[in-house]
Design a protein around this ligand. Structure first.
Ligand code: ASP
Length: 348
Protein backbone atom coordinates (compact mmCIF):
# COMPACT_ATOMS: atom_id res chain seq x y z
CA UNK A 1 0.00 0.00 0.00
CA UNK A 2 1.23 3.52 -0.82
CA UNK A 3 2.34 5.64 2.08
CA UNK A 4 -0.01 8.54 2.81
CA UNK A 5 2.21 11.63 2.94
CA UNK A 6 1.68 14.35 5.50
CA UNK A 7 1.71 18.00 4.47
CA UNK A 8 1.60 21.07 6.70
CA UNK A 9 -0.23 24.00 5.11
CA UNK A 10 0.86 27.33 6.58
CA UNK A 11 -1.30 30.39 5.94
CA UNK A 12 0.30 33.83 6.16
CA UNK A 13 -2.30 35.83 4.20
CA UNK A 14 -2.25 37.34 0.72
CA UNK A 15 -4.87 37.70 -2.01
CA UNK A 16 -5.58 33.96 -1.99
CA UNK A 17 -7.52 34.33 1.26
CA UNK A 18 -8.80 37.89 0.87
CA UNK A 19 -12.35 39.22 0.66
CA UNK A 20 -13.62 42.61 -0.46
CA UNK A 21 -14.25 45.00 2.42
CA UNK A 22 -17.84 46.29 2.15
CA UNK A 23 -16.96 49.86 3.12
CA UNK A 24 -13.62 50.52 1.44
CA UNK A 25 -14.13 48.08 -1.45
CA UNK A 26 -10.48 47.07 -1.10
CA UNK A 27 -9.20 43.51 -0.65
CA UNK A 28 -8.37 42.66 2.97
CA UNK A 29 -7.03 39.44 4.53
CA UNK A 30 -9.67 37.00 5.81
CA UNK A 31 -9.50 33.96 8.05
CA UNK A 32 -8.13 30.58 7.10
CA UNK A 33 -11.25 28.50 7.83
CA UNK A 34 -13.14 30.58 5.32
CA UNK A 35 -10.45 29.92 2.75
CA UNK A 36 -10.44 26.16 3.29
CA UNK A 37 -14.23 25.91 3.16
CA UNK A 38 -13.96 27.13 -0.44
CA UNK A 39 -11.77 24.18 -1.46
CA UNK A 40 -13.68 20.95 -0.77
CA UNK A 41 -11.33 19.28 -3.31
CA UNK A 42 -8.66 19.09 -0.59
CA UNK A 43 -10.58 16.13 0.86
CA UNK A 44 -9.91 14.22 -2.35
CA UNK A 45 -6.13 14.53 -2.22
CA UNK A 46 -4.41 11.36 -1.08
CA UNK A 47 -2.32 13.04 1.61
CA UNK A 48 -3.03 14.15 5.16
CA UNK A 49 -3.16 17.91 5.49
CA UNK A 50 -2.76 19.79 8.75
CA UNK A 51 -2.99 23.54 8.90
CA UNK A 52 -1.32 26.39 10.74
CA UNK A 53 -2.35 30.01 10.37
CA UNK A 54 -0.74 33.33 11.26
CA UNK A 55 -2.91 34.74 14.05
CA UNK A 56 -3.45 37.87 11.96
CA UNK A 57 -3.12 37.06 8.24
CA UNK A 58 -1.32 39.85 6.41
CA UNK A 59 -1.02 41.43 3.03
CA UNK A 60 2.50 40.40 2.10
CA UNK A 61 3.56 44.05 1.78
CA UNK A 62 3.67 43.87 5.58
CA UNK A 63 6.01 40.87 5.75
CA UNK A 64 9.05 41.42 7.93
CA UNK A 65 12.35 39.55 8.45
CA UNK A 66 11.02 38.46 11.88
CA UNK A 67 8.18 36.66 10.05
CA UNK A 68 10.76 34.81 7.92
CA UNK A 69 12.55 33.70 11.07
CA UNK A 70 9.20 32.58 12.57
CA UNK A 71 8.36 30.63 9.42
CA UNK A 72 11.76 28.93 9.47
CA UNK A 73 11.24 28.03 13.14
CA UNK A 74 7.77 26.58 12.47
CA UNK A 75 9.21 24.39 9.71
CA UNK A 76 12.12 23.39 11.95
CA UNK A 77 9.79 22.45 14.84
CA UNK A 78 7.51 20.40 12.58
CA UNK A 79 10.18 19.04 10.24
CA UNK A 80 10.11 15.46 11.50
CA UNK A 81 6.31 15.31 11.63
CA UNK A 82 5.64 16.21 7.98
CA UNK A 83 6.82 15.12 4.55
CA UNK A 84 6.36 18.53 3.01
CA UNK A 85 5.28 22.11 3.65
CA UNK A 86 3.12 24.55 1.69
CA UNK A 87 3.16 28.24 2.57
CA UNK A 88 0.29 30.40 1.36
CA UNK A 89 1.61 33.92 0.90
CA UNK A 90 0.80 37.15 -0.92
CA UNK A 91 2.49 37.34 -4.27
CA UNK A 92 3.88 40.88 -3.84
CA UNK A 93 6.82 39.84 -1.64
CA UNK A 94 6.68 36.10 -2.22
CA UNK A 95 10.10 36.02 -3.92
CA UNK A 96 11.70 37.81 -0.96
CA UNK A 97 10.21 35.28 1.46
CA UNK A 98 11.21 32.34 -0.74
CA UNK A 99 14.77 33.69 -0.96
CA UNK A 100 15.04 34.42 2.76
CA UNK A 101 13.74 30.96 3.69
CA UNK A 102 16.19 29.29 1.33
CA UNK A 103 19.04 30.83 3.33
CA UNK A 104 17.48 30.23 6.76
CA UNK A 105 16.83 26.52 6.06
CA UNK A 106 20.14 24.77 5.48
CA UNK A 107 20.35 21.11 4.33
CA UNK A 108 16.66 20.96 3.47
CA UNK A 109 15.60 17.56 2.19
CA UNK A 110 11.86 18.06 2.14
CA UNK A 111 9.79 20.33 -0.11
CA UNK A 112 8.85 23.80 1.07
CA UNK A 113 6.49 25.17 -1.58
CA UNK A 114 5.35 28.78 -1.50
CA UNK A 115 2.26 29.75 -3.42
CA UNK A 116 -0.60 32.22 -3.57
CA UNK A 117 -2.78 33.69 -6.27
CA UNK A 118 -3.67 36.75 -8.28
CA UNK A 119 -7.41 36.43 -7.53
CA UNK A 120 -8.97 35.43 -4.19
CA UNK A 121 -10.13 31.85 -3.71
CA UNK A 122 -13.78 32.94 -3.69
CA UNK A 123 -13.68 34.48 -7.18
CA UNK A 124 -15.15 32.49 -10.04
CA UNK A 125 -12.07 32.95 -12.32
CA UNK A 126 -9.61 32.35 -9.53
CA UNK A 127 -6.15 30.90 -10.08
CA UNK A 128 -5.97 30.00 -6.38
CA UNK A 129 -7.37 26.47 -6.52
CA UNK A 130 -4.90 25.11 -9.03
CA UNK A 131 -1.98 26.80 -7.32
CA UNK A 132 -2.97 25.42 -3.92
CA UNK A 133 -3.88 21.88 -5.01
CA UNK A 134 -0.78 21.34 -7.16
CA UNK A 135 1.49 22.81 -4.49
CA UNK A 136 0.13 20.30 -1.98
CA UNK A 137 0.66 17.49 -4.47
CA UNK A 138 4.27 18.55 -5.02
CA UNK A 139 4.83 18.84 -1.27
CA UNK A 140 3.75 15.21 -0.88
CA UNK A 141 5.51 13.86 -3.98
CA UNK A 142 8.19 11.28 -3.18
CA UNK A 143 10.07 8.73 -5.25
CA UNK A 144 9.49 5.01 -4.73
CA UNK A 145 12.82 4.97 -2.87
CA UNK A 146 11.40 7.49 -0.41
CA UNK A 147 13.15 10.69 -1.52
CA UNK A 148 11.27 13.95 -1.81
CA UNK A 149 11.20 15.02 -5.46
CA UNK A 150 11.82 18.61 -4.40
CA UNK A 151 14.34 19.19 -1.64
CA UNK A 152 14.44 22.95 -1.48
CA UNK A 153 12.34 26.10 -1.13
CA UNK A 154 10.37 26.37 -4.36
CA UNK A 155 7.66 28.68 -5.65
CA UNK A 156 4.65 27.33 -7.54
CA UNK A 157 2.50 29.65 -9.66
CA UNK A 158 0.42 29.19 -12.81
CA UNK A 159 1.54 25.67 -13.78
CA UNK A 160 5.24 26.19 -13.08
CA UNK A 161 7.49 25.31 -10.18
CA UNK A 162 10.55 27.52 -9.77
CA UNK A 163 13.58 27.60 -7.52
CA UNK A 164 12.31 30.15 -4.96
CA UNK A 165 15.47 32.25 -4.73
CA UNK A 166 15.63 32.64 -8.53
CA UNK A 167 12.17 34.20 -8.88
CA UNK A 168 10.90 37.74 -9.31
CA UNK A 169 7.32 38.95 -9.46
CA UNK A 170 7.18 40.36 -12.96
CA UNK A 171 3.49 40.99 -13.52
CA UNK A 172 0.91 42.52 -11.22
CA UNK A 173 -1.99 41.38 -13.39
CA UNK A 174 -1.16 38.24 -15.36
CA UNK A 175 -1.80 34.87 -13.81
CA UNK A 176 1.76 34.03 -14.81
CA UNK A 177 3.05 36.52 -12.25
CA UNK A 178 6.55 35.12 -11.68
CA UNK A 179 9.64 34.67 -13.77
CA UNK A 180 12.94 32.95 -13.19
CA UNK A 181 15.01 34.47 -15.95
CA UNK A 182 18.44 33.16 -15.00
CA UNK A 183 17.46 29.62 -14.06
CA UNK A 184 15.12 27.06 -15.66
CA UNK A 185 11.95 26.03 -13.86
CA UNK A 186 12.03 22.89 -11.71
CA UNK A 187 8.76 21.37 -12.91
CA UNK A 188 5.79 21.99 -15.17
CA UNK A 189 2.26 20.94 -14.38
CA UNK A 190 0.19 19.76 -17.31
CA UNK A 191 -1.61 16.48 -17.64
CA UNK A 192 1.40 15.14 -15.71
CA UNK A 193 3.72 16.81 -13.27
CA UNK A 194 7.05 16.83 -15.08
CA UNK A 195 10.17 17.42 -12.98
CA UNK A 196 13.68 18.11 -14.17
CA UNK A 197 15.46 14.89 -13.25
CA UNK A 198 18.38 16.53 -11.47
CA UNK A 199 16.18 17.92 -8.71
CA UNK A 200 15.24 14.41 -7.61
CA UNK A 201 18.70 13.35 -6.48
CA UNK A 202 19.09 12.83 -2.74
CA UNK A 203 21.67 15.25 -1.41
CA UNK A 204 24.01 14.84 1.55
CA UNK A 205 22.78 13.35 4.82
CA UNK A 206 23.55 16.45 6.87
CA UNK A 207 20.91 17.44 9.41
CA UNK A 208 18.63 20.41 8.86
CA UNK A 209 19.96 23.63 10.36
CA UNK A 210 17.52 26.45 11.13
CA UNK A 211 19.20 29.84 11.12
CA UNK A 212 17.59 32.67 13.01
CA UNK A 213 19.59 35.79 12.41
CA UNK A 214 19.14 38.39 9.67
CA UNK A 215 20.91 41.73 9.71
CA UNK A 216 18.59 44.60 8.77
CA UNK A 217 21.28 47.27 8.40
CA UNK A 218 21.20 46.98 4.64
CA UNK A 219 20.02 49.20 1.78
CA UNK A 220 19.61 49.27 -2.00
CA UNK A 221 20.90 52.13 -4.11
CA UNK A 222 19.47 52.11 -7.62
CA UNK A 223 21.50 54.12 -10.13
CA UNK A 224 19.87 56.29 -12.78
CA UNK A 225 21.36 58.78 -15.22
CA UNK A 226 21.63 62.08 -13.35
CA UNK A 227 21.71 60.63 -9.84
CA UNK A 228 23.22 63.27 -7.57
CA UNK A 229 26.01 63.12 -5.03
CA UNK A 230 23.47 64.07 -2.34
CA UNK A 231 21.29 61.03 -3.03
CA UNK A 232 24.26 58.65 -3.01
CA UNK A 233 25.69 60.25 0.12
CA UNK A 234 22.36 60.13 1.96
CA UNK A 235 22.17 56.35 1.41
CA UNK A 236 25.83 55.50 1.99
CA UNK A 237 25.88 57.52 5.21
CA UNK A 238 22.78 55.98 6.79
CA UNK A 239 23.59 55.44 10.45
CA UNK A 240 24.68 51.85 11.19
CA UNK A 241 24.53 50.74 7.57
CA UNK A 242 26.63 47.58 7.08
CA UNK A 243 25.66 46.31 3.65
CA UNK A 244 24.65 48.06 0.43
CA UNK A 245 23.44 46.73 -2.90
CA UNK A 246 24.25 48.99 -5.78
CA UNK A 247 21.87 48.32 -8.66
CA UNK A 248 23.97 49.01 -11.71
CA UNK A 249 23.49 49.05 -15.46
CA UNK A 250 24.03 46.13 -17.83
CA UNK A 251 26.87 43.82 -16.86
CA UNK A 252 27.50 45.72 -13.60
CA UNK A 253 28.48 49.15 -14.89
CA UNK A 254 28.33 52.50 -13.09
CA UNK A 255 29.21 56.06 -14.11
CA UNK A 256 32.88 56.90 -13.79
CA UNK A 257 32.32 60.25 -12.02
CA UNK A 258 35.09 61.04 -9.56
CA UNK A 259 32.64 61.87 -6.79
CA UNK A 260 30.93 58.47 -7.06
CA UNK A 261 34.26 56.63 -6.98
CA UNK A 262 35.34 58.64 -3.94
CA UNK A 263 32.06 58.08 -2.07
CA UNK A 264 32.12 54.34 -2.71
CA UNK A 265 35.80 53.97 -2.01
CA UNK A 266 35.58 55.83 1.33
CA UNK A 267 32.56 53.78 2.36
CA UNK A 268 34.20 50.46 1.45
CA UNK A 269 37.43 51.45 3.23
CA UNK A 270 35.39 52.15 6.35
CA UNK A 271 33.92 48.64 6.25
CA UNK A 272 30.73 48.92 4.18
CA UNK A 273 30.04 45.72 2.22
CA UNK A 274 28.93 46.71 -1.29
CA UNK A 275 27.35 44.17 -3.64
CA UNK A 276 26.85 44.84 -7.35
CA UNK A 277 23.55 43.61 -8.86
CA UNK A 278 22.42 44.48 -12.36
CA UNK A 279 19.17 46.31 -13.05
CA UNK A 280 18.65 43.96 -16.02
CA UNK A 281 16.00 41.33 -15.25
CA UNK A 282 18.23 38.70 -16.89
CA UNK A 283 21.97 38.20 -17.25
CA UNK A 284 25.05 38.37 -15.13
CA UNK A 285 27.29 40.97 -13.48
CA UNK A 286 30.77 40.72 -14.93
CA UNK A 287 32.98 43.45 -13.54
CA UNK A 288 35.78 42.48 -15.93
CA UNK A 289 33.88 43.28 -19.10
CA UNK A 290 33.93 47.10 -19.30
CA UNK A 291 36.22 49.72 -17.88
CA UNK A 292 33.24 51.20 -15.99
CA UNK A 293 32.69 47.79 -14.37
CA UNK A 294 36.34 47.17 -13.68
CA UNK A 295 36.52 50.41 -11.70
CA UNK A 296 33.86 48.98 -9.33
CA UNK A 297 35.90 45.84 -8.86
CA UNK A 298 39.04 47.83 -8.12
CA UNK A 299 37.18 49.70 -5.38
CA UNK A 300 36.27 46.41 -3.71
CA UNK A 301 32.65 46.21 -4.87
CA UNK A 302 31.59 42.54 -4.88
CA UNK A 303 30.13 41.23 -8.15
CA UNK A 304 26.72 39.63 -7.45
CA UNK A 305 26.71 37.56 -10.66
CA UNK A 306 23.17 36.58 -11.69
CA UNK A 307 21.36 36.91 -8.38
CA UNK A 308 17.92 38.51 -8.35
CA UNK A 309 17.58 41.60 -6.21
CA UNK A 310 15.32 39.58 -3.86
CA UNK A 311 17.96 36.89 -3.39
CA UNK A 312 20.73 39.47 -3.08
CA UNK A 313 19.14 41.58 -0.34
CA UNK A 314 18.10 38.56 1.74
CA UNK A 315 21.52 36.95 1.25
CA UNK A 316 23.17 40.18 2.39
CA UNK A 317 20.97 40.14 5.53
CA UNK A 318 21.87 36.49 6.08
CA UNK A 319 25.62 36.81 5.53
CA UNK A 320 25.92 39.94 7.69
CA UNK A 321 23.76 38.27 10.34
CA UNK A 322 26.07 35.26 10.61
CA UNK A 323 29.24 35.75 12.70
CA UNK A 324 30.90 33.00 10.67
CA UNK A 325 29.93 34.10 7.13
CA UNK A 326 30.58 37.80 7.72
CA UNK A 327 34.25 37.12 8.51
CA UNK A 328 34.77 36.88 4.76
CA UNK A 329 31.82 38.68 3.13
CA UNK A 330 33.38 38.60 -0.35
CA UNK A 331 33.62 34.82 -0.33
CA UNK A 332 30.25 34.32 1.40
CA UNK A 333 28.38 36.53 -1.05
CA UNK A 334 30.11 35.09 -4.12
CA UNK A 335 29.70 31.47 -3.14
CA UNK A 336 26.61 29.57 -4.23
CA UNK A 337 24.89 28.85 -0.89
CA UNK A 338 21.46 27.54 -1.98
CA UNK A 339 21.41 27.59 -5.77
CA UNK A 340 20.79 31.36 -5.83
CA UNK A 341 23.61 32.10 -8.28
CA UNK A 342 25.31 30.39 -11.16
CA UNK A 343 28.71 29.04 -10.32
CA UNK A 344 31.49 31.57 -10.47
CA UNK A 345 34.94 31.05 -11.80
CA UNK A 346 36.06 32.72 -8.56
CA UNK A 347 36.64 36.07 -10.22
CA UNK A 348 36.01 38.18 -7.13
N1 ASP B 1 -1.17 42.48 -2.08
C1 ASP B 1 -1.26 41.04 -2.13
C2 ASP B 1 -0.20 40.46 -1.22
O1 ASP B 1 0.94 40.41 -1.59
C3 ASP B 1 -1.09 40.57 -3.53
C4 ASP B 1 -1.19 39.07 -3.72
O2 ASP B 1 -1.33 38.29 -2.82
O3 ASP B 1 -1.13 38.63 -4.87
O4 ASP B 1 -0.50 40.07 -0.12
Amino acid sequence: MDLVRKVLLIYTGGTIGMVRDKNTKTLVPFNFDNLLSLVPELELLDCDIDTYSFRNPIDSSNIHPDDWIDLAKIIGDKYDDYDGFVILHGSDTMSYTASALSFLLENLKKPVIITGSQLPMGYIRTDAKENLITSIQIAGDYTDEGYAKIQEVALYFEYKLYRGNRTTKHSSEHFEAFASLNYPHLAVSGVHLKYKCDVMQPKNDKKLIIHSSLNRNVAILKLFPGITKEVVRAIINIENIEGLIIETYGAGNAPSSDWLITELSDAINSGLVVLNITQCPAGIVDQDLYEVGMQMKKLGVIGGRDMTIEAAITKLMFVLGSPELRKNPVKSLRVNLRGELSNSENKF
